[in-house]
Design a protein around this ligand. Structure first.
Ligand SMILES: NC(=O)C1=CN([C@@H]2O[C@H](COP(=O)(O)OP(=O)(O)OC[C@H]3O[C@@H](n4cnc5c(N)ncnc54)[C@H](OP(=O)(O)O)[C@@H]3O)[C@@H](O)[C@H]2O)C=CC1
Ligand SMILES: O=C(O)C1=N[C@H](C(=O)O)C[C@H](O)C1
Length: 211
């Protein structure tokens, strides 16, 4: 496929280019400007929320779908994405790893049985991560269906660790996920881009891509 990439010089941008071996990068845009070779069939955005309005404009200009992994989006940003999804397909996720999306399903099924337990979330990421807490931690907290304190650690080159720790007076139950490399997110973004090519329009999560 011919794809566009916003954030192409970043850690995720580089990881995505490494897995998109059977596709052609035909469009990039960064703070220095645009580089258009030909119309992209899909745009992948792993950048910064400050890029969102231009990315949405690009999708309308190219009449192409969007895969967006960028975190720290606001409610207003989500409203803009849902509006765009009335015209083109949009896949949005704060975490494109199968493991975290499986963890979401586990939490959805079992957290109703844990309402009398204390619960807190710990997320650990590399020391270059700009936002805290992580989008994934926010997503997991939402799945819990109740407030849970989130502790954020920023150390070294950690790709992304998340733990949900339940405790009562007699037991501790910990659910954890570790991303060993960014490649897992990049492969998820590639799967989502292939999914977008088959859709006319609509707003989808990565869960809907893999399940
Ligand atoms: N959903 C998921 O599965 C995952 C999501 N993420 C998220 O993806 C995003 C990027 O992560 P990561 O690659 O580590 O971050 P980096 O800081 O390494 O890269 C960010 C990239 O975005 C570019 N950028 C920043 N602002 C703009 C803008 N206004 N317009 C265009 N480009 C811009 C940067 O360019 P420059 O350097 O020139 O500013 C850089 O290329 C973060 O929000 C992160 O949380 C990360 C991993 C997985
Ligand atoms: O910035 C990162 O690296 C990551 N960000 C996402 C998040 O904020 O949840 C996903 C993953 O944990 C890696």
């Amino acid at each position: 496929m011919n794809y566009g990439l916003i954030g192409h010089t970043g850690q995720m941008g580089k990881a995505i280019q490494e897995v998109m071996t059977d596709s052609r990068l035909v469009y990039t845009r960064d703070e220095n400007g645009r580089n258009l070779i030909k119309r992209p069939e899909v745009i992948i955005d792993f950048s910064n929320r400050s890029a969102l309005s231009e990315t949405i404009k690009d999708c309308r200009e190219f009449k192409c779908g969007l895969v967006i992994g960028t975190t720290a989006l606001t409610e207003a940003d989500f409203e803009l994405l849902h509006k765009l999804a009335e015209e083109v397909p949009v896949v949005q996720s704060y975490n494109f790893s199968p493991g975290i999306n499986l963890l979401k399903l586990i939490l959805r099924q079992f957290s109703p049985y844990m309402k009398n337990w204390d619960v807190e979330i710990v997320e650990k990421h590399h020391n270059r991560k700009k936002d805290a807490p992580s989008g994934t931690a926010i997503m997991l907290q939402k799945e819990l269906g109740r407030e849970a304190k989130i502790h954020s650690l920023r150390e070294g080159g950690i790709p992304g660790d998340h733990s949900i720790i339940f405790a009562n007076d007699g037991e501790v139950l910990e659910l954890s996920h570790r991303a060993i490399s960014r490649k897992v997110f990049a492969i998820g973004a590639k799967e989502a881009a292939n999914f977008v090519l088959k859709k006319e329009k609509g707003f989808f999560s990565y869960e809907e891509v893999i399940l």
